[in-house]
Every structure is written in structure tokens, then in C-alpha cells.
Design a protein around this ligand. Structure first.
Ligand code: SF4
Length: 432
């Protein structure tokens, strides 16, 4: 989402006559687009801002701006030099990007400026993002913003505001432009794409996510459509059947489970149970055979016992996730968990549980990848393999990375690759 937002910021700035530079030494203003989801992410931002302060020695007029969730969470405290030990010139929340040129005018004379107002209707629908770093193959298209699920551990409802969906015509227009520009894969983005809804003022018809994704798939059968992220409570069989109708909707679903224990899920305010989650997994496997399923898992949430942790491990086995994003619980100020619960799982215990979860995922990913040996997949070529220029890399519809010997393939081309070996993270094969 931040990647996509940065492209909106680039569009706002270039439309006002600013240029983007790859070299920070050349910049007159540097924006850092930030994430607040974990303390670690915020610490990295502070470190980056400290590193950038030295550029001011050679360029005293250089301005530094903090954008995004951390700007929204910390607000004016980011402008207080004493607390941070450095100077920030501008703070702008995720709904203030249209105001950036005006804020720049405000800081021209050495003042500081802030806009962290959250808006109930801002979707940036009319802004065509500048694809300055997308590589020309894959693009993100934001279809909704905000979230009102209030999971106990999460800052997003506080930093990104109320859920709002973008007008579908502007989404389809953006997809058409991407198709014309040669893009081959688009990821529809939102905090909870399954609750996308737009009521057409003229006809009164309601457009839901299942309708939107079929409209997206019909723009160009040569463009793959992905989406992220789905809330397990909201993903519907209607959507799964719709996906089955279109071969260019990728066979990959990210369904964050967070925990395998009902007690912890309740405490997290996730609004589903282990049993109902596993029913959704069963429906995905039944309606979309061969669909990859990935997830997010938090280790060591407040009051999590060894038994709760074991239930997470057993759910991972039952679901058979192809891959997972796995983290230790990180308490975020202002969330329900920070206000109501004690962060009482000791750090060394969180680390041990996380390591067990990672090890289990590696076993499951390896077993899943081994099942792909001997199969042939359509792979979208993304470029050279990072390890060797002699190899190309791309992804299957299931979002698995495939490495194969290069033979004059162009980035953005679809090739058929027969898999002959694998690791837990990568499939390897040859073009057939
Ligand atoms: S669904 Fe929960 S975890 Fe996801 S963004 Fe919303 S509040 Fe955060």
C-alpha cells in the first residue's frame, strides 16, 4: 500500500512541476513514506531520518518530510526536535497527499508544517500514479482505503481512517492504461478488499468485490489479476467461483490467520474462529484446486500460552500454507491491545515460538514445492535471477518464484516452465 501511495505522491508532485531524482544528494525535498505496523518499522524510519540529516551540511535548504502511517500516529510530536534529536520540516498523513505542494509553500521560509487530517471520502481516484519504480511488468492499483475492523493489535484503523471504496470506473480506466503501457500483472490493493462496495448513484446497483474483479479480469486476458488482502471473515464462495471463471485471476489467496487458537483470535477481535477459518480453506481447495494459500502469523500475542502456540502450529499443518509472513507480536500505542492487555509473553519466548513457526512453514513450503516437481507452469518473466545473470526469474499464477536458464526471454513475457527441483522458497526448471 505504501509503494502504491508513493506513486500517488510522485504524481501529485510531478503535476506541480517537481522532478523525481534517484540520487538523494540532488534532492531539495526528501519524503519518507512510513509504516507503523510494528515498532521495528518505525525504528528503521527514525534511523533513516538520522542518516539523512548529514545531507543538510552540504545543502542547508534541504527539506525532510515524513508521510504515511507514522506521520498520522505521531502527528506533531514528529516535529519536536528535542524529542527526536533532529529536524523534520513536514508531517503529512495518508489522506493529505493532495496538499503536499501547499505544505511545501508553507515550509519555504523555514517554518514547519503538518496535515494529518483523515478524510472519509479520499480515494485519490482521479490521480494517475507515476509508475516510477515498478519495473514495467507489475503494478499496484489501490481500490479502497482505510479499515474499520479494529483488530486489537493493529494501528491501521487509527492511521488510515474509515473504510472507503474507490469508484469502479476509475479503477478500470487505470487498468486499461496499464494494459496499453504493456503491464502484465496488476495487484488490486486494499486493507480488506473483500469488503469493497460501491453504490452507483444512477442505477442504484451495488458493485461488490466479486463484480469488480470480473470487470478487472475482462480488461485484458493477457493481464494477470492479483489482490491483497482478504479478511477471513469476508472472503465468500461467490468470489471463489468468480475466480474459477477467469484463468487470468491468479490462483493465490492471502488469508491472514494470525493465530490458531480461538481464545487468542477472540482476544485479537478477529471475528472468526479456527473452525470457520479452516472451512474457508476447505472451500478454496474445493472450488480452486491448485490455488496457493498464504497467511500472516503473530507469535506471542498477549496471554498466549504454549497450548495456544501449539494450536497455531497444528492449524498451519491443517491449512498447508504455501508461504507465510511471520512476526513476533509488537505492541502498538493506542491500540485496544495496548490499552486493555499486558504484553506478557517474554521476549525470549516470543523468539522461540516464532522460530518454531518459521521452521514449520519451511517444512510445509518445501513439501508444497516438491509436489510441483514434474508439473509445467505458465511463468511471467520478471527479469534476471538475483543470483546469476545466466538465469531468469518469474512467478507462477500461485505467486511462487521460478528460476530457469535464460534463453533470450523478455521481461513481461509468459513462458511455460517444467519444474525439475526446488527449495522451500524457489522452484527451478526449464522452459518447454
Ligand atoms: S483487518 Fe485488522 S489487521 Fe487488517 S488492517 Fe484492518 S484492523 Fe488491521
Amino acid at each position: 500500500m505504501n509503494f502504491s501511495d508513493s506513486e500517488i505522491v510522485a504524481s501529485v508532485m510531478t503535476s506541480q512541476g517537481f522532478d523525481i531524482t534517484e540520487k538523494q544528494e540532488e534532492a531539495d525535498i526528501i519524503f519518507i513514506n512510513t509504516c507503523s505496523i510494528r515498532e521495528h518499522a518505525e525504528n528503521r524510519v527514525i534511523n533513516r531520518l538520522r542518516e539523512l540529516q548529514h545531507l543538510r551540511k552540504n545543502k542547508p535548504g534541504l527539506k525532510l518530510g515524513v508521510l504515511g502511517c507514522m506521520a498520522e500516529r505521531m502527528k506533531a510530536s514528529l516535529l519536536e526536535d528535542e524529542e527526536l534529536g533532529m529536524r523534520i520540516d513536514m508531517v503529512a498523513g495518508p489522506d493529505a497527499y493532495r496538499q503536499l505542494p501547499g505544505l511545501l509553500d508553507d515550509i519555504e521560509g523555514g517554518q514547519q508544517a503538518i496535515n494529518v487530517m483523515l478524510l472519509a471520502d479520499e480515494t485519490y481516484a482521479d490521480i494517475s500514479p507515476v509508475r516510477y519504480a515498478a519495473g514495467g511488468v507489475s503494478a499496484f492499483v489501490s481500490i479502497m482505503r482505510g479499515c474499520e475492523n479494529y483488530c486489537a493489535y493493529c494501528v491501521v484503523p487509527y492511521t488510515r481512517g474509515k473504510e472507503r471504496s474507490r469508484e469502479p470506473g476509475s479503477i478500470i480506466d487505470e487498468l486499461r492504461q496499464l494494459a496499453e503501457a504493456g503491464y502484465r500483472e496488476v495487484t488490486l490493493l486494499g486493507q480488506n478488499v473483500n469488503s469493497y462496495k460501491w453504490r452507483d448513484n444512477g442505477s442504484g446497483n451495488l458493485v461488490g468485490f466479486s463484480d469488480l474483479i470480473s470487470m478487472a479480469a475482462e480488461v485484458d486476458p493477457g493481464i494477470r489479476i492479483r489482490f491483497a488482502t482478504s479478511h477471513p471473515r469476508d472472503i465468500s464462495e461467490e468470489l471463489l467461483h468468480k475466480m474459477a471463471e477467469y484463468p487470468n485471476i491468479c490462483r493465490a489467496i492471502h488469508l491472514p490467520v494470525q493465530s490458531g487458537s480461538n481464545a487468542i483470535l477472540k482476544k485479537m477481535n478477529r471475528k472468526y474462529t479456527r473452525e470457520s477459518y479452516l472451512k474457508k480453506i476447505e472451500a478454496i481447495k474445493r472450488i480452486l484446486p491448485g490455488c496457493a494459500i498464504s497467511t500472516d502469523i503473530i507469535a506471542g500475542f498477549c496471554s498466549e500460552t504454549e497450548m495456544d502456540h501449539k494450536q497455531t502450529i497444528s492449524l498451519m499443518e491443517e491449512a498447508g500454507f504455501d508461504f507465510s509472513f511471520m512476526f513476533k507480536y509488537s505492541e502498538r500505542p493506542g491500540t485496544a491491545a495496548a490499552k486493555k492487555f499486558r504484553d506478557d509473553v517474554p521476549e525470549h519466548e516470543k523468539t522461540r515460538r516464532l522460530n518454531e513457526i518459521i521452521q514449520k512453514q519451511q517444512e510445509i513450503s518445501l513439501a508444497s514445492n516438491k509436489k510441483d516437481i514434474g508439473k509445467t507452469f505458465e511463468v511471467l518473466v520478471e527479469g534476471s535471477s538475483r543470483r546469476s545473470k545466466d538465469n531468469s526469474m518469474g512467478r507462477t499464477s500461485q505467486n511462487k518464484v521460478v528460476v530457469f536458464p535464460s534463453v533470450n526471454f523478455s521481461t513481461g513475457e509468459y513462458v511455460k516452465v517444467r519444474i525439475d527441483s526446488c527449495t522451500s522458497a524457489t522452484l527451478k526448471g526449464k522452459v518447454v
